[in-house]
Design a protein around this ligand. Structure first.
Ligand SMILES: Nc1ncnc2c1ncn2[C@@H]1O[C@H](COP(=O)(O)OP(=O)(O)OP(=O)(O)O)[C@@H](O)[C@H]1O
Length: 580
């Protein structure tokens, strides 16, 4: 409920539509309520007295009321749709913006599947709920209250029927909507699971085929899909069972009213017009309760969706929290890790343990160690994808948290193990690195990344269109392009996370050579599995189970670090080429 209140701020720009829609609906309701009164008068005063001119006059009134009602209803539909669709558009925009601002920790916690469900299904549920509320929720209660009032004044003898039936109806509506709300929450969670599975399977479709696991994946998907079906059916059944109950109670009321018509109560004989009008109002009450309960169900469905949307809008990004920013100028490239410890979870084991080292601008730092030793984690701390729990990282002598985040990240060229390129031209992907890059910049960066030679051969060269996930490039081509994208911005720090393993030995040497000769002012971090990639580094960090077990040059480590010696001899024994 609190989330709904908070999200209501999104209706502010569409105030006019939000106010006009219910007013126009009220006009339609007033006209609907007038109809039975006019009809009653037509029967009891006109038809009963054979007064044709009175009957015609009332007929014209009925027609007029119907036309006014129609205009009111149609305009209400237009305005409520405008309000709801615009609110949903703004919500989608803000949730998407928020998602792009997520820290890696936020992203890990929410998950892509849930985010997709929120952006699509949950916001659609909210849009529907707002539209229905503006249209029907006003109409339902107004018709309901209006009918009760009119019955009280026009057919008081039959009013006790309402006194009995209405509390019964309201009881059923409250019970069913509460139950439906609980089930709709489960439906949204089921959709999260479905989207997560779908996304995972489609992204990994090649692996599934290569391992001949199609049937297994289909069975997993079926499980999630069936679970969603069960939840949806249960939620829908809770709603559908309500309608026959409402109908049954109202029909009982109609039977009792008809009995009153034939069995005189005391001295009073109820006029036919009054009974007909009463039955009409009972039907209006039924309709109003049915439509109100449909909206109520929509609202019950909207409450958990509103919580989920609001959670995304409010989720705290500790990394983006602005602390006293000290530096907004370009970072030069000095770095110092001071007793840094980091864990992915608050209560989990440290993945990095008390790491301390420093590097000067322009130095090349190699990072090596067994798999899972924390190499990638260490370099992810530099662009503040994660925040260390203990210790500090100083850039140019200033704590990393006191650098402006955009400024910090634009000083870094990060090339990850798994290159991610976007659909569009090669040039648009390179412009990701530097918006203002020219054709000449493209060529220089492509040459430095050993990518020019394959781009040259492509149709339209830098305008060559990449498909989604750049599936029309090879793994090595993708990797070289992602290196070029990072180089084009001429960053102060360049981070290569085991990237050269995807390219051939010749290209790797060419890339490392251009980094050395063209990026003398750039501090280079190279995570490598092969010693040959980092043998010329100014400093090599050797990690083992999150601990820094050796720091020094290749020669120093060969003399002092047991793990480094082990890696070195394993690679030379296996014929690994060590470039001296
Ligand atoms: N997002 C994450 N959430 C939780 N744990 C993680 C996450 N990423 C990595 N880890 C864990 O942190 C540890 C270090 O992982 P990291 O990727 O830094 O190792 P690595 O040395 O780069 O390994 P590799 O050489 O295989 O790439 C591993 O135990 C891994 O399971």
């Amino acid at each position: 409920m609190k989330s709904v209140q908070k999200l209501l701020r999104y209706t502010t720009p569409y105030k006019l539509f939000v106010i006009l829609a219910p007013i126009l609906m009220a006009l339609e309701v007033a006209m609907d309520l007038l109809q039975p009164v006019i009809m009653q008068k037509m029967i009891d005063n006109g038809i009963a007295n054979d007064d044709m001119s009175y009957v015609i006059q009332m007929g014209i009134f009925m027609l007029l009321a119907a036309v006014i009602g129609l205009v009111g209803g149609a305009s209400c539909t237009i305005y409520s749709t405008k309000a709801a669709v615009n609110v949903a558009t703004d919500l989608r925009r803000d949730v998407f913006k928020r998602a792009l601002h997520f820290s890696s920790e936020n992203r890990d916690a929410v998950g892509t599947g849930k985010l997709i469900t929120i952006l699509t299904s949950d916001i659609a549920v909210l849009q529907n709920a707002l539209m229905m509320t503006l249209r029907v929720f006003v109409r339902g209660p107004l018709l309901f209250i209006g009918s009760i009032f009119i019955v009280f004044f026009q057919a008081r003898e039959l009013f006790p029927i309402l006194l009995v039936s209405i509390p019964i109806l309201v009881c059923f509506i409250v019970i069913c909507s509460k139950k439906a709300g609980q089930w709709f929450k489960k439906v949204q969670e089921g959709l999260d699971q479905l989207n997560t599975k779908l996304q995972e399977s489609i992204a990994g479709i090649r692996v599934i085929k290569a391992f001949v696991r199609k049937d297994y994946e289909i069975s997993l998907f079926k499980k999630v899909n069936d679970s969603l079906t069960r939840k949806t059916i249960t939620a829908d059944q809770v709603i559908t069972v309500l309608m026959p109950i409402l109908l049954f109670v109202i029909n009982c009321g109609i039977i009792v009213a008809l009995l009153f018509g034939v069995i005189p109560v005391g001295e009073t004989i109820i006029q036919v017009g009054v009974i007909l009008a009463f039955i009409n109002y009972l039907n209006i009450i039924l309709m109003s309760l049915m439509s109100s309960s449909t909206v109520l169900m929509q609202l019950m469905r909207a409450f958990p969706s509103a919580d989920r949307v609001q959670h995304i809008l409010e989720v705290e990004n500790k990394i983006e929290r602005v602390e006293d920013i000290e530096s907004v100028t370009r970072i030069q490239g000095d770095v110092e890790f001071r007793n840094v410890s980091f864990s992915y979870t608050n209560d989990g084991e440290d993945v990095l343990k008390n790491i301390s080292f420093s590097a000067k601008k322009g130095e090349k730092i190699g990072i090596i160690g067994p798999t899972g030793s924390g190499k990638t984690t260490l370099i992810k701390l530099l662009p503040r994808l994660y925040q260390p729990q203990k210790g500090d990282i100083l850039l140019d002598g200033i704590s990393i948290s006191k650098h402006h985040l955009d400024n910090l990240r634009s000083s870094i060229g990060f090339i990850s193990q798994k290159p991610i390129l976007f659909s569009g031209s090669i040039s648009s992907n390179l412009k990701f690195g530097k918006e203002s890059a020219t054709e000449e910049d493209f060529i220089i960066a492509a040459k430095q990344a050993a990518a020019f030679e394959f781009i040259e051969k492509l149709e339209h060269q830098f305008d060559y269109h990449l498909t989604q996930g750049a599936t029309n490039l090879s793994g090595g081509q993708k990797q070289r392009l992602s290196i070029a994208r990072a180089l084009i911005r001429r960053p102060s720090f360049l981070i290569l996370d085991d990237v050269t393993s995807a390219v051939d030995a010749g290209s790797e040497q060419a890339i490392l050579h251009s980094l050395k000769s063209d990026f003398t002012d750039t501090t280079l971090f190279v995570v490598a599995s092969k010693i040959s990639s980092i043998i010329d580094a100014d400093k090599i960090l050797v990690l083992d189970d999150g601990q820094l077990v050796g720091v020094g040059t290749h020669q120093q480590l060969l003399e002092t670090c047991e793990l480094y010696q082990e890696i070195y001899y394993t690679q030379t024994d296996k014929g690994g080429v060590v470039v001296e």
